[in-house]
Design a protein around this ligand. Structure first.
Ligand SMILES: *[C@@H]1O[C@H](CO)[C@@H](O)[C@H](O)[C@H]1NC(C)=O
Ligand SMILES: *[C@@H]1O[C@H](CO)[C@@H](O)[C@H](O)[C@H]1NC(C)=O
Length: 412
């Protein structure tokens, strides 16, 4: 929400300047070709959680089962009521002067069983209305297929930890392309894989709060990447030539760098970058594909140390791999306002719970606390991705508002 507020502020100052001093306004214009937009996720804005055939998603389930898991005991049952007030929302987009609006589809609103056996006509009508209303005013729709809200029925079957989700997600994506692809040219498959997998399956910060660190998060990562690839290939094979759109994935990424040039700090920062975002970027954009080698090696070694009969690491090689090189990269970057304390709480978690730091480093967490995060992280990130070790391609920066800032890692 903070992010959106600052965008809002910028907008108003631009139009105010236009009235007062036109010469100054010229200087403040966005460059040609720059698209100004905003973004939401279905659970964060739609409300109408059980209306017109929509079934329960994992956030409905979590907030209804543990009613105070969100700090203020709120939930998304009504949210911004965008399901009923989409016309006013589009009007506000016009007031803001938006070129595009990125929103996500609610999977259980379109496919109430989670599977593609029956498409919910009311759900299709809602998104058609929203899209058509935006197009009336030349606001470009950008759709995210998955942004937090898995159908609970699929979660009951393991959700992103079940390899069949690759088929389920592909079927759902096809329905969305069929219904909306004639008018929607920008598609994002999945929003913030790391948050979905690490925070939802490895930890307790997001639904489905599984807390199976070091196994759940890696299974999720593998299946999620393959599901992304499935949706990508479906679009590429069957829709791109007629609809002519773009499709990609949206990562979150923080850039970590060593505070000193000691070998230990350099390695710690490098490993943190590998585990934090390269886990998802490397399989898609590197020449070799698959998870970063250093991740696999460390996890394999630590699994032996921990007494597991086989390594906990996964691999994402398939006959049709995660698409490489030619799809579009999207990066979201979020810098918490309480940067310092966020950095230190991360370090505490990291040094005791995750695979990137060896057990032998546990009692050296103070040394490792020297990994710093800097405000120029975005620049560093982009210089690493583009051109960096990865091929060039179109790149969109699409931050989203932050409902999850209010969620709390409360014991269940
Ligand atoms: C785990 O990583 C090791 C080392 O790179 C690799 O040999 C092995 O095949 C991986 N295991 C799985 C299940 O992918
Ligand atoms: C998550 O799991 C860890 C151990 O794996 C445990 O110490 C912690 O209490 C669990 N957290 C919750 C909220 O269940």
């Amino acid at each position: 929400m903070k992010l959106m507020c600052s965008v809002l502020l910028l907008c108003w100052s631009v139009s105010l300047a236009a009235e007062v001093r036109t010469t100054r306004n010229d200087l403040r214009k966005f460059p040609d070709g720059f698209l100004f937009g905003t973004a939401t996720a279905s659970y964060q804005v739609e409300g109408a959680w059980d209306e017109d055939g929509k079934t329960e998603n994992i956030w409905d389930h979590m907030t209804h089962t543990h009613t105070c898991i969100i700090q203020d005991c709120s939930n998304g049952d009504v949210a911004d009521d965008s399901y009923h007030q989409y016309e006013r929302d589009v009007e506000m987009m016009r007031e803001l002067g938006l070129d595009f609006y990125r929103f996500s589809l609610s999977w259980p609103r379109l496919l109430p069983s989670g599977f593609a056996d029956r498409v919910n006509e009311a759900g299709v009508a809602y998104y058609n209305n929203l899209i058509n209303e935006m197009l009336k005013y030349n606001i470009e729709p950008m759709i995210t297929l998955y942004h937090w809200d898995l159908p609970q029925r699929l979660q009951d079957l393991g959700g992103w930890a079940n390899p069949h989700i690759v088929d389920w997600f592909g079927d759902y994506a096809r329905v969305a392309f069929e219904q909306f692809g004639d008018r929607v040219k920008y598609w994002l498959t999945i929003n913030e894989p790391r948050e979905i997998c690490y925070q939802g399956y490895g930890a307790t910060e997001k639904a489905p709060v599984l807390n199976v660190t070091g196994i759940g998060d890696y299974l999720c990562a593998k299946n999620l990447l393959l599901a992304h690839a499935r949706a990508y290939h479906i679009y590429d094979d069957d829709f791109r030539s007629t609809n002519g759109g773009a499709i990609g994935i949206s990562f979150s990424a923080k850039w970590y760098e060593p505070e000193t040039d000691s070998e230990e700090d350099i390695l710690a920062a490098e490993e943190q970058n590998q585990f934090e975002w390269n886990e998802y970027v490397h399989p898609i954009y590197s020449e070799t594909g698959d998870f970063p080698p250093i991740m696999k090696e460390k996890i394999a070694a630590k699994s032996v140390q921990q007494g597991f009969p086989r390594s906990r690491n996964e691999s994402v090689y398939q006959t049709r791999p995660v698409p490489s090189f030619y799809d579009d990269l999207d990066t979201g970057f979020y810098q918490p306002s309480d940067w310092e304390s966020a950095a230190s709480s991360w370090l505490k978690i990291c040094s005791s719970e995750t695979d990137q730091l060896d057990g032998s480093n546990l009692d050296q967490s103070q040394n490792l606390a020297s990994i710093g995060s800097h405000t120029y992280g975005t620049d560093m990130l982009f210089s690493d991705i583009d051109p960096g070790p990865y091929r060039n391609g179109p790149c969109y920066l699409t931050p989203v508002n932050d409902y999850h800032q209010q969620s709390a890692a409360l014991p269940l």
